[in-house]
Each structure stands twice: as C-alpha cells, then as structure tokens.
Ligand binder design. Structure first.
Ligand SMILES: Nc1ncnc2c1ncn2[C@@H]1O[C@H](COP(=O)(O)OP(=O)(O)O)[C@@H](O)[C@H]1O
Ligand SMILES: [Mg+2]
Length: 245
C-alpha cells in the first residue's frame, strides 16, 4: 500500500561527465595564472551548462552574468551589468568609468568571470572582454550553444587565448542513474537508463521532467522502481498532453 504523502524529488546537483570535464578545464585555466585567457563551454540547450556555471559560481564566489541580446547595441549596458556583478550597486552611466571599475576589480585576480549565453555576445563585446582579460589577467569562462564556437573562431585574437574548450555532451545512462538515485531514491536498471538516454536525446531538462512524472506514477502504483513500463506510460502522457517541447 503506497503512503498518501505526496512524493518529492530532491533538488540535487550531480557530478556528471560534463561537470568533471568542466572542473578539469577550470584547473587548466588556473595553471596559466596571470595571462589573459578564456575557457569555453559549448553544447546544445538542456545539457547542463547553466546549472554547472551556477553551481561553481555560487560555491566559489565567481562573478557570473547571463548575456542579454538587449546589450548588443549598447556597450554601456553590458559594462554596467558586469560592474553590478562585481558588487557595484550603482554603476556609472559613463562607459569609460565602468570599464575602469571593472579593471580595478579584476586586476591580478584569479577567479574566473563567467559569461553564460555568450553566443549572444556581439563581436565588439567579445573584443571588450578580450581587452579586459588581457589587461587584468583574470580569466573568463564563456558558455553557449553551438554558435559560440563560430563566434569565437571568427575572432582570432580571442580564439588564440582559448585555453580549453569543453563540449557538453548529451546526458548518458550512467549520469541518468546517478541523478535518479540522488533525486528520487527510486531503482533504475541500466537497460532502462539506456532507453531513457535514447528517448531524451541527451537533454537533461527532459530527463528531469520525466523523472517528476515517473515519481508520481510510481507513488500512485506503490512501486519503487522506474521500469520501462513506467517510462512508456510517462512518455505516452507527455505525448498526448503538452507534447515533447
Ligand atoms: N549536474 C546536474 N545535476 C542535476 N540536474 C541538472 C544538472 N545539470 C542540469 N540539470 C537539469 O537539467 C536542466 C537543464 O540544465 P541547464 O543547465 O539549464 O542546461 P543548458 O544551460 O545547457 O541549457 C536543469 O534545469 C536541471 O533540471
Ligand atoms: Mg543555459
């Protein structure tokens, strides 16, 4: 008999293969202390780029900013947002002063500045970031979808400062098993995890959504395992409801 308490899934951050590659990149970046440099993380939506950058930035106290398309036409707004991230509550409206403040904050610092959704940067803003890393020696980590790589390759001065590029791959069966166990405590056989990997196309967001539904399904049925039948029932519901994406 299933208990009546509504099941919950825990908010967990797990060390996937991508996260381990990210950590390795950070170590490599750190080895080149004092030089202007970039780390780049490239991968499709749903592969865990943002969550990984938030996890490390909040644990290590790194400044982190998600780039907005709205800044493409304004240097000042981009620089002011960076200033705010560095603790300036009321950044100046003058871009040269903003730039000066950023240099003061970052000069000689080893913590990386994280720019998420960096594929939205204009070439000009990328050039500004290159100047900042060059002058201060503080590293930048750029994360974005596949377009980011083309954006970086077009700018040779930036590309030559990329210390390491990490390609975020789709979530694999082993990571799905780790995630399900940590977040729900439910059992999952390796073959079922493989089926899930295939169905999700490696999109962590979809696995997360399916898990929420599967937990409720198991709870209602009084089961402790996510079987292929449970997953098929979940996908059936998703397909007949809002659809997959
Ligand atoms: N390491 C992780 N541990 C647990 N859940 C994760 C992890 N990485 C991603 N997720 C889940 O996948 C979803 C999508 O991740 P996100 O970082 O937004 O991907 P991206 O930025 O690559 O589009 C998150 O909302 C979260 O539910
Ligand atoms: Mg993201």
């Amino acid at each position: 008999m299933a208990s009546s308490k509504a099941p919950e899934i825990k908010a967990v951050f797990i060390k996937t293969r991508n996260v381990r590659n990210f950590e390795e990149m950070v170590r490599t970046l750190d080895l080149a202390r004092g030089k202007g440099r970039f780390g780049a993380v490239v991968g499709r939506a749903g592969r865990g780029k943002t969550d990984t950058s938030i996890f490390f930035a909040s644990n290590q106290g790194w400044p982190r900013l998600a780039v907005s398309i709205l800044w493409q036409s304004s240097d000042t707004e981009f620089l002011r947002a960076m200033c705010r991230e560095l603790g300036e509550k009321e950044p100046p409206r003058n871009k040269a002063r903003c730039y000066g403040l950023i240099i003061d904050h970052l000069a000689g610092k080893h913590k990386p500045f994280v720019l998420d959704e960096a594929d939205k940067l204009s070439q000009r803003h990328l050039e500004i970031v290159r100047e900042i890393t060059n002058v201060t020696g503080a590293p930048f980590i750029l994360l974005g979808e596949e377009e980011l790589e083309f954006l970086l390759q077009r700018n040779r001065r930036v590309w030559s400062r990329i210390y390491q590029k990490v390609d975020f791959e789709g979530i694999g069966a082993a990571d799905i098993m780790g995630f399900v166990s940590a977040a729900s405590g439910l059992k999952l056989e390796p073959e079922t995890a493989l089926l899930w990997e295939e169905q999700s196309g490696g999109d962590f967001r979809l696995v997360d959504r399916d898990l929420r539904a599967a937990v409720h399904y198991c709870h209602a049925a009084g089961g402790r395992e996510i079987t292929p039948e449970v997953l098929k029932a979940v996908w059936q519901t998703v397909l007949s409801g809002s659809g997959r994406k």
